[in-house]
Design a protein around this ligand. Structure first.
Ligand code: DX5
Ligand code: ZN
Length: 215
């Protein structure tokens, strides 16, 4: 079952409550929330205080993507508001295994994120403990960029490795996903598609989500 996670980064920030309602009506499976600290990536978005307020106004599960230098500091605040999925970048911390377990012990699904240029081989050992892998298909920091074509092969290799090893982690793809390229991303083996600008800038958000799903 393919799940679609619209990224709030492309929403109208002056009406986040209305945008949450719109995502509910459009049939979003998850809400992708990009947390940026202005240090790990050259942009600043929102943190736990804003997301805490949002959580009171929707029952769509949150898929929080931490683009921060110290992800460990964010585990408790996001656990407290009932976050379903929390991911951090492989490129940020040193103690990957410890962080994965800390996220899971706090009651969330733990994801590890790879920048486009980071090879999947670095995940060999943690693949057996992680709940999902998020493959970035743009360089993180901004919405509205173009999908990097070589990531499709990366998805396929990660899916093959999952099959060969009989593992159950999910594969999420984030960046430049549109109805035009979603088919090949799904066929390569992705389970969760993040889409920011494609959904929020579309005239018919529900139809766009259905197209991303392949319907
Ligand atoms: C980029 C973020 C993405 C972004 C995707 O750093 O991680 O989630 O919002 O936006 P689009 O779909 O517009 O590329
Ligand atoms: Zn993201």
């Amino acid at each position: 079952m393919i799940r679609i996670a619209p990224s709030l980064l492309s929403a109208d920030f002056s009406d986040l409550r209305g945008e949450l309602q719109s995502m509910k009506e459009a049939g979003a499976d998850l809400l992708h929330i990009d947390v940026m600290d202005g240090h790990f990536v050259p942009n600043l978005s929102y943190g736990a205080p804003v997301v805490t307020h949002l959580s009171a106004h929707t029952d769509i599960p949150f898929d929080v993507h931490l683009m921060v230098t110290n992800p460990g500091d964010y585990i408790q605040p996001f656990a407290k508001i009932g976050t379903r999925m929390l991911s951090f970048h492989y490129e940020a911390p040193v103690h990957h295994d410890r962080l994965i377990h800390a996220i899971q012990d706090a009651g969330m699904q733990a994801g590890i994120v790879l920048n486009p240029g980071t090879p999947i081989s670095v995940l060999d050992d943690v693949l057996s403990v992680v709940d999902y892998v998020l493959l970035m298909s743009v360089n993180p920091g901004f919405g509205g960029q173009s999908y990097i074509p070589y990531v499709t092969d990366k998805i396929a290799r990660l899916a093959a490795c999952r099959r060969e090893r009989g593992l159950a982690f999910e594969i999420e793809v984030d960046g430049g996903v549109t109805p035009a390229n979603a088919d090949k991303i799904r066929q390569a083996g992705a389970d969760i598609l993040v889409a920011g600008s494609a959904v929020f800038r579309s005239d018919d958000r529900k139809a766009t989500i259905e197209k991303l799903r392949g319907k």
